[in-house]
Design a protein around this ligand. Structure first.
Ligand code: BG6
Length: 474
């Protein structure tokens, strides 16, 4: 049997894309609430357009999302029906500390997640909690500029302390920052960064990266001190870069592009900035803002496991004009003529998943946790209410087979697998609802209209059997 008996099969979500209930429970305003639907979303997400207040010209999809806030019991019951062993969700920071800088946490927010975790436990589902999934209190963005400020570390640790203490015994698997490398591509979303016109953008980004890496290491330390049972993971948006051709320059470009992914996990899993990262930063006229104890903090507090998202492989070309021909999860890439793409143009590459798993396992020799994988596609509800998403089943089948090969044939160690958006949710990249990943359909359109009723897709029954057979029947 390829998968160990206790393999954690499940699904993943994030508060800002799933929860809604933004005006309830004394919740504060977050950066991600201000991400509009439509063309300007990209400009806001990359820190090029300032959106610190709501503007009535725009629609903001995260405010209601798919209303997990009110449907969580029903949703978790559906996950349990599929046989989930784990459910990944994130904490909305502003439910716990509405402004981020209060001294006392908001009890209503704490209670909400406590109920959610208890509901999971009722069915034997292990919660997998992302402490920070693209989420920063707007008050901290406005007053201290988000993660550019070192003060963010203390605000974050205050949040962690409350979470680790309050949920001790309920939660054991934690991820510090979702897709920590996304800060290079979507800095307002990942770190609350908006750039002023003459600002040294690279310096600000590197400063924010360093603050997140220190915060992640100190959170790891704290989690272990509070409860030795805690298992802490880093999380990176992975997907190997292939060279476009065997031309040495293309191969070199692929090495450089892959390093922009690994330089984060290298610090979190190995405990120090690798030389190539230091040079990368120096070449861009920036500096890592080290303080006295930082190197020790990084060295002594590496993660227990390495988690990652995988949707696509990517292609590097030494011809700069080709490097931006295609897009996958906000990362630009050259086109891979050997692969089919999704309706959103993301390359579909199951063998690339096996390669990525192998690269990460070879590099770190730590257990891996696949915490996002899946296909964003449009679904059609038939007259009788059924949804035949065979394209999604096909994608997942090929990818689970690739993961199985990585375990069985290559010896990789994997703790679990959570598909992204196990219930339909809001797309991070586009803000659409039409880009659906779920086994469970949610009746909601791009503008938030609909009954929010849940329906099982064909993939629901298929995944249920995958889990029941522990991955033997795909
Ligand atoms: C990852 C994120 O980037 O990919 C998720 O962790 C995101 O938040 C997912 O939703 C898929 O991307 P998209 O743009 O299709 O939602």
């Amino acid at each position: 049997m390829a998968f160990k008996e206790n393999f954690l099969w499940g699904g993943a979500t994030a508060a800002n894309q799933c929860e809604g209930g933004s005006n309830e429970g004394n919740r504060g305003l977050a950066n991600v609430d201000l991400m509009p639907l439509g063309e300007d979303r990209y400009l806001v997400g990359t820190g090029q357009k300032k959106m610190y207040e709501f503007d009535e010209k725009y629609f903001y999809p995260s405010l209601t999302a798919v209303d997990f806030y009110h449907h969580y019991k029903e949703d978790i019951a559906l996950f349990a029906e599929m046989g989930f062993k784990t459910f990944r969700l994130s904490i909305a920071w502003t439910r716990i500390f509405p402004n981020g800088d209060e001294q006392t946490p908001n009890e209503e927010g704490l209670k909400f997640y406590e109920e959610v975790f208890k509901e999971c436990r009722k069915y034997g589902i292990e919660p997998l909690v992302t402490i920070n999934h693209f989420d920063c209190p707007m008050h901290l963005v406005k007053t201290i500029g988000g993660w550019r400020s070192r003060e963010m570390i203390n605000h974050f640790l205050k949040l962690c302390k409350v979470l680790f203490n309050r949920y001790q015994g309920l939660v054991k698997y934690w991820l510090t920052f979702n897709e920590i490398n996304m800060i290079l591509h979507f800095p307002f979303v990942a770190a609350g960064l908006y750039f002023e016109e003459n600002e040294n953008r690279t310096q600000t980004t590197i400063t924010a990266v360093h603050h997140q890496l220190i915060a992640s290491a100190l959170a790891t330390k704290m989690a272990h001190e509070i409860d030795q049972e805690n298992q802490i993971g880093c999380m990176v948006a992975a997907g190997s870069y292939y060279p476009e051709t065997c031309k040495p320059e293309d191969y070199w470009q692929a090495i450089c592009d892959n390093r922009e992914v690994y330089m984060f996990t290298d610090v979190q899993a190995r405990g120090y900035y690798p030389n190539y990262a230091i040079k990368w930063i120096e070449k861009r006229n920036a500096k890592i803002p080290f303080e006295k104890e930082d190197k020790e903090i990084l060295k002594n507090n590496t993660v227990d496991f390495v988690s990652f998202s995988y949707y696509s492989s990517r292609v590097s070309s030494s011809d700069e004009s080709k490097g931006k021909q295609s897009e996958s999860n906000i990362f630009s890439s050259a086109i891979n003529p050997y692969l089919k793409t999704s309706q959103w143009g993301w390359a579909i590459d199951a063998l690339g998943f096996r390669s990525t798993i192998n690269e990460l396992y070879d590099r770190y020799q730590k257990p891996l946790f696949v915490v996002e994988n899946g296909l964003g596609a449009k679904d059609t509800v038939e007259e009788d209410g059924s949804i035949h998403d065979d394209y999604r089943i096909e994608y997942l089948k090929e990818h689970i087979q690739a993961m199985k090969d990585a375990i069985e044939q290559d010896g990789a160690e994997i703790i679990g697998y959570t598909t992204w958006g196990c219930i339909d949710l809001i797309s991070n990249g586009t803000g659409e609802s039409a880009k659906r990943y779920g086994f469970i359909y949610v009746d909601r359109d791009n503008h938030g209209n609909g009954s929010y009723q849940r329906k099982k897709k064909d993939s629901f029954y298929w995944y249920k059997n995958v889990i029941a057979s522990n991955g033997e029947e795909l």
